[in-house]
Design a protein around this ligand. Structure first.
Ligand SMILES: [Ca+2]
Length: 352
């Protein structure tokens, strides 16, 4: 009889496989160009201009563009974007940022790059104005920043993650504001954050995102901020793609009658429910779940408003589980009863 299987079960090899080989999927925030800005929250000076996302184009501006849907970033992601800075009149630059403050967040302008004062975030800056009082190293630099409060919060001495890099000092120098198209790839693998710019690895730091951003079931808003002051420039994002790793489901339940299976990611709180019998057979549903661990039990409840309803209780000492599911758009509902933990070979996401 198929029953419960604890995938981790103290088997570190199995856990490592799950964590290091999650499926990368194209996230919702992917734009071949910005002929449509549907799905973006545009704030301040940020606007669509032809086929590009224009962050700034005058003096004294601040703008931001956030994907309105949060992206699951906790298990790693890769972001690729092209940008072009034209009409360089001295500054200030832009950032790619990850934050859990607001989909309309915008910080101070000028040297604060529209990022400073956005709480609960982390940014990759592309800085085109030398602020000596913020520990800038160049008017042509990149760096990692954590959230800083108030004016001047983009100070690398207080809020830098590692040191900024002067791009003009590279063996093959890169000039951010030369009017050319540049390609940036930001890759987060839990424990490290890397920026590759025009094929050169220019930044790489030990970073665990959870230490800087309070993730929402592993999720956060992704986007860009840009700013100018007395000095200004036109800063355009030309394309943007996001690939994110899936939750690592590490606890699985299979119904005794083979009707459906439930997998839980117990780190961030996510579930995947797959229907094997009855209405909705073959469908799989994912979403955030709120987890509670009590004495002798674990409970998972689907977050309200997700379009899904799920209630699971797993008795950890008795090794029994019961769950009910509904999915309103598909009018699918099911129950799961799992009475025996000992003989199950089902993996999360599929039957053996
Ligand atoms: Ca600066």
């Amino acid at each position: 009889m198929r029953s419960l299987r604890v995938l981790v079960a103290g088997v570190s090899v199995g856990l490592a496989f799950i964590l290091f080989s999650p499926l990368a999927v194209k996230a919702q925030c992917s734009f071949v160009d910005f002929s449509s800005v549907s799905g973006l929250s545009l704030v301040g000076s940020a606007h669509q201009s032809g086929n590009v996302l224009r962050l700034t184009d005058g003096y004294g501006q601040g703008g931001a563009a956030w994907c309105t849907s949060k992206t699951f970033v906790g298990n790693g992601f890769s972001v690729n974007f092209q940008f072009r800075i034209t009409g360089y009149m001295g500054g200030d630059g832009f950032t790619f940022a990850i934050q859990n403050s607001s989909p309309t967040a915008l910080g101070f302008n000028g040297g604060d790059l529209g990022f400073s004062d956005i709480p609960n975030g982390i940014a990759v800056e592309f800085d085109t104005y030398f602020n000596g009082d913020q520990c800038d190293v160049s008017q042509d630099e990149v760096g990692f920043l954590k959230s800083g409060s108030g004016n001047g919060g983009t100070d690398h001495c207080t809020n830098g993650i590692g040191s900024p890099v002067d791009l003009s000092s590279l063996g093959t120098p890169i000039t951010l504001y030369d009017g050319n198209l540049h390609t940036a790839t930001v890759t987060y693998f839990p424990g490290s954050l890397t920026l590759v710019l025009d094929g050169q690895t220019v930044l790489s730091q030990a970073v665990t995102l959870d230490n800087y951003v309070a993730l929402d079931h592993g999720r956060a808003w992704l986007g860009f901020t840009g700013a100018t002051g007395a000095a200004w420039e036109t800063a355009d994002i030309v394309s943007w793609s996001v690939e994110a790793n899936q939750p690592a489901y590490n606890l699985g339940f299979m119904d005794d009658y083979g009707r459906s299976a439930l997998c839980l990611d117990t780190h961030y709180g996510n579930f995947q429910w797959t229907v094997y019998k009855g209405n909705g057979t073959g469908n799989s549903y994912q979403g955030p779940a709120d987890l509670t661990t009590g004495s002798g039990y674990q409970r998972a409840v689907a977050s309200p408003g997700s379009g899904m309803g799920m209630y699971l209780i797993y008795y950890t000492t008795a090794h029994r589980a019961a769950a009910t599911f509904t999915f309103r758009p598909d009018a699918v509902s099911s129950a799961l009863y799992d009475q025996d933990t000992t003989n199950d070979e089902t993996s999360c996401g599929g039957q053996e």
